[in-house]
Design a protein around this ligand. Sequence first.
Ligand SMILES: NC(=O)c1ccc[n+]([C@@H]2O[C@H](COP(=O)([O-])OP(=O)(O)OC[C@H]3O[C@@H](n4cnc5c(N)ncnc54)[C@H](OP(=O)(O)O)[C@@H]3O)[C@@H](O)[C@H]2O)c1
Length: 236
Amino acid sequence: MTLKNRTIIVTGASRGIGRAIAETLIQEGATVIGIARDFSTWDEPPRQLIPLQLDLTRLDELPKQIKKLARQHPDINGIIFNAGEGRFGSLEEFSPQQIRHLIDLNLTSQILLARELVPNMKRQPQGDLIFIGSEAALSGSRKGALYCATKFALRGLAQSLREECSNSGIRSTIINPGMVKTGFFDTLAFEPGEAEENYILPQDVADAVFTVLSARPGTCFDEINLSPLKRVIKFK
Ligand SMILES: NC(=O)c1ccc[n+]([C@@H]2O[C@H](COP(=O)([O-])OP(=O)(O)OC[C@H]3O[C@@H](n4cnc5c(N)ncnc54)[C@H](OP(=O)(O)O)[C@@H]3O)[C@@H](O)[C@H]2O)c1
């Protein structure tokens, strides 16, 4: 029970990577405040999961809702910024609304969450901010302009908070996975190859999150890059 005294927010806790992270943290003794739009995916949610049904793209309402959450849970000492979508295509294929939607979800909602919660976290003895970036945060790619832009920016946020918050005992980390086998690809024209070495599992990312959280408080993992052993993309 390494995470017994931890209360940690996990965004996108209903499915995929966020769900695996939430399950792992609960198993290690943490209380998890999950954020997503639909928790019907959890058949029997454990009592250590506090589900908060929120649409993170409703930016006008978000600060008020997060302020309320911070008042209800003044002991929050970790945030896993995970919720996000992938959209790929040439830039001109996206409407201005689609561009705004992806930036709102993948970036601005995370910035607003951090803005509301970091001041409280600075008053705790320890805290962790863990961003789920992507290999798209590390290099640009064909048809990746919009998605890469959101993930590069997230990496800048993680690195800056790393410098800004360390004097308050808060660590900031970004984890950059390559292709993870989740529903992320359901709406995309491609997916990882079928062989086991063509994808990462959500649990692999959850294990990396646990490694970061269980490190000695004086040590910070700045960045972790994970990728499938063999990169094989299958077009549908
Ligand atoms: N899969 C990959 O290959 C891969 C690789 C690198 C990085 N990532 C990153 O990992 C993160 C999680 O991806 P995943 O693969 O786990 O995708 P996923 O299976 O599609 O899960 C996405 C999660 O985000 C939540 N979400 C989406 N829109 C939301 C909204 N408007 N408000 C609140 N929550 C919302 C979803 O919950 P609801 O639908 O219930 O709201 C769901 O829990 C993303 O940031 C993604 O960019 C994924």
